[in-house]
Design a binder for this molecule. Sequence first.
Ligand SMILES: C[S@@+](CC[C@H](N)C(=O)[O-])C[C@H]1O[C@@H](n2cnc3c(N)ncnc32)[C@H](O)[C@@H]1O
Length: 447
Amino acid sequence: MRILEKLPQILEESQNNYERHFKSYEVEELTLQERIHLKDHAEYKNKIVQGDNLELMKHLLKEKIKINLIYIDPPFFSKSDYKVNIKKASDKIESIPVIEQFAYKDTWKEGMADYLKMLCTRLFYMKDLLSETGSIFVHLDRHSVHYVKVLMDEIFGQDHFINEIIWSYKSGGVSKRYFARKHDTVLFYSKSENYHFECLKEKSYNRGLKPYKFKGVTEYQDENGWYTLVSMKDVWHLDMVGRTSGERVNYATQKPEALLERILLACSSEGDICVDFFGGSGTLASVASKLKRKWIICDMGKIACMIAHKRMVLKGVAYDMCAIGNTEKVESFIDFTAEVADKGKLHISLDRYGYKNDNEIPASPKYQETVKALMEEDSLKLIEYWSVDMDYDGHEFKPSWISCQESKEVVTDILLDYLAQERIAIRVLDVFGIETFVNQNIIKEVE
Ligand SMILES: C[S@@+](CC[C@H](N)C(=O)[O-])C[C@H]1O[C@@H](n2cnc3c(N)ncnc32)[C@H](O)[C@@H]1O
């Protein structure tokens, strides 16, 4: 059957999936993994959630959360799988070993219909979650945008279609067989007529770059020449996140903050809740926190969540790191020593990291030997992030110390202030995003 003929069936099945939820109300709870920088417990908790976004949507519906702005950048139906390149310096392996780690799949067993069902079901939930003045932005490209537009017209209503934004960029490959493909499309729909929208302005350079001196028109000048400020158009020329960009976090499909900034400035206000259900490396969270919005991001990938977590920790923002649903578990361990040292200090040193089962190294077969060689040299090289709660209460892990250096190795030996606490907890994330959590009574050597 042609995809065009399948669209009504996809819509119906997706709507049934969504409506079935209100019969069973089977909802997963969030598991809190780490509470970052949260001093004031009354404060709204921003969230990074690892797991399938469908579970999170059901959870948010149950909690009656209303979202002001949703931006999603789902897989595009590109029929490729995406990887993260993990590089680790080694004294024993000659060239710096690169481990290609699977990040997420964009391949679909039953092709386009399979893909559209996944997205369409979620769009029903997202519409329900939006506040009356809310908007949704769906970021796609040529592969599926035309079909998704038809589905969104049905779900949100043609009258609520606001813009088709073209994001045009320069980077990426070219072909001699077709015009260089250099744009993505962002579909913008509102929940109702009463949607929040701030008209943004952009520069429009005068012809000849000279002043027009029209009555009542304010003109400005910069290094390029004279311009006026006009309402922002729906074609946005913005650079991709390049190799040398300061915002790059080594995630294949990372989107530029400038793009998200326009969306958040136009359709949300300070204090609003902004959500990205396909959060990847955390671009929405980063922009939302800069613009004083509250945020929730979700991703199925452990590695994506770990990258987003590192990105947000370095910004000093308060949030909860959580998981939802059944997430694949790899049994790992961390051996460490924690001893009370002189002058009110606790000495913690990480000794060894590893996987409980040798066959469970979470890398693809091609890279198993590289990982084993790195681990034999120094197993702590696999640690990407670790944090310590110096006064663990047995329930909420609230680290008071975090090691999360970009591009440098993490420190593995530390001295922390010790105020007679009894129990510490340590959380480790490795380069694959695998979590290890341990807690232990403090060994008091010096009284
Ligand atoms: C194109 S990337 C998003 C990139 C992101 N905008 C950024 O700037 O880094 C799409 C993401 O969706 C995630 N994803 C795919 N299906 C998902 C699902 N059902 N639930 C949660 N995340 C999902 C993938 O793991 C991937 O990280």
